[in-house]
Design a binder for this molecule. Structure first.
Ligand code: SF4
Ligand code: SF4
Length: 357
């Protein structure tokens, strides 16, 4: 079924939050709406001893945002992805350079995200190339792409053939909550896609084919306990639809892009930032994903994480681009932080792999 889009991308509607400069001004209290919370860098120095800031550890995950083209336009999207994003997509030469770096530095995991990464014309070639090198390949699949068009119907088998670890968003196990965040029709297509993935073995005990789900709250609040959510999702999806999966990652919405716009529009920005700050947990800092990940944008720039990428905060090195990558310099950089980082350190912490602490 065709998805009825929830919204349009910020850039398609000339929304001021399409500007990363504006977003950073809001986060830095340089606009009218101000959240009176401590500066993140000072907080981690005072309550955690990170006086030097956050420093990187060896790169274990090469995360590639292969493009912003997506068949959905979810309300909370921090990428501002959508069907209108036809130009901001990685080309073959940039992907070849990525392969060269993954090989040269023997990076074990490749995390492919988007947009809907499967819509990039070079996606399958790239996955096959990483698979041939024996890499752990993660694909952030929005599920509905599998049902969007005949040409994507074989994706479950393609993932299986290349031993891809599938990680998929499912806001909830009910239609109303899922569709209100991601668009009418998303829930039914997601359920069908999960059943197709199960059919080839994904999420089935003993198959070795990993299918993880990502939960993020539908409003301005922190996710609940990950273990309890996982147990509830497992029970409900099995009972209602006979669906199996491996692990559920509970992820906090960071105040970036469309979610930042939503916070301001709904007048929840100040209370949400206070909630994140009040829940600051120093024990999460050591496990932040920016420490062992490099995040690459569709045009080859290097960032400390996907959120910094969406705020255009490039890694603090002389030439933060894959064509002039200097791994030694990257390993001695300081990770760039701002107030959005409170989203990663609140409560049990949050990363692309769910809770941290
Ligand atoms: S599916 Fe993912 S990338 Fe696409 S609009 Fe939704 S949140 Fe953004
Ligand atoms: S947003 Fe999170 S992952 Fe990114 S730099 Fe800040 S703390 Fe690290």
């Amino acid at each position: 079924m065709a998805i009825k889009q929830k919204t349009k991308s910020l850039s398609a509607t000339d929304n001021k939050f399409a500007s990363t400069f504006y977003q950073l001004q809001v986060l830095s209290n340089k606009q009218e709406i101000q959240a009176d919370i401590p500066v993140f860098a000072q907080r981690i120095a005072e309550e955690g001893g990170y006086t030097e800031g956050i420093l990187p550890s060896p790169v274990e995950i090469f995360q590639i945002n292969i493009g912003k083209l997506c068949n959905q336009t979810c309300a909370h999207c921090h990428v501002d992805a959508g069907p209108d994003k036809k130009t901001e997509n990685m080309d073959r030469a940039t992907l070849e350079k990525c392969l060269e770096i993954i090989t040269k530095y023997n990076i074990p995991s490749v995390d492919i995200t988007g947009g809907a990464p499967e819509m990039n014309a070079h996606f399958r070639w790239f996955v096959e190339s990483c698979s041939a090198m024996g890499k752990h390949i993660m694909v952030r699949c929005n599920l509905t792409i599998i049902r969007a068009n005949k040409k994507y119907h074989d994706l479950p088998q393609f993932f299986k053939d290349n031993n891809v670890h599938v990680i998929s968003s499912l806001p909830y196990f009910t239609k109303s909550r899922t569709d209100s965040q991601r668009g009418d029709g998303v829930f039914n297509d997601s359920i069908e896609a999960l059943q197709e993935l199960n059919k080839v073995g994904y999420g089935i005990e003993g198959s070795g084919l990993l299918l993880d789900l990502v939960f993020n709250p539908s409003g301005a609040f922190l996710p609940g306990n990950q273990e309890e959510l996982e147990a509830e999702f497992k029970r409900q999806l099995d009972r209602r639809f006979n669906i199996q999966f491996n692990t559920l990652f509970a992820i906090t919405n960071l105040p970036v892009s469309r979610f930042l716009d939503y916070l301001i529009e709904s007048e929840n920005y100040v209370t949400y930032m206070e909630e994140l700050s009040n829940a600051y947990n120093p024990s999460t800092v050591a496990g932040l994903m920016c420490r062992n990940t490099l995040s690459i944008s569709w045009d080859g720039y290097i960032y400390d994480c996907d959120f910094n990428q969406m705020l255009d905060l490039k890694s603090a090195v002389k030439t933060p681009h894959i064509n002039e990558i200097n791994m030694e310099e990257l390993m001695s950089r300081k990770i760039i932080t701002n107030q959005h980082c409170y989203g990663c350190t609140a409560g049990a912490g949050s990363s692309c792999g769910g809770e941290i602490a």
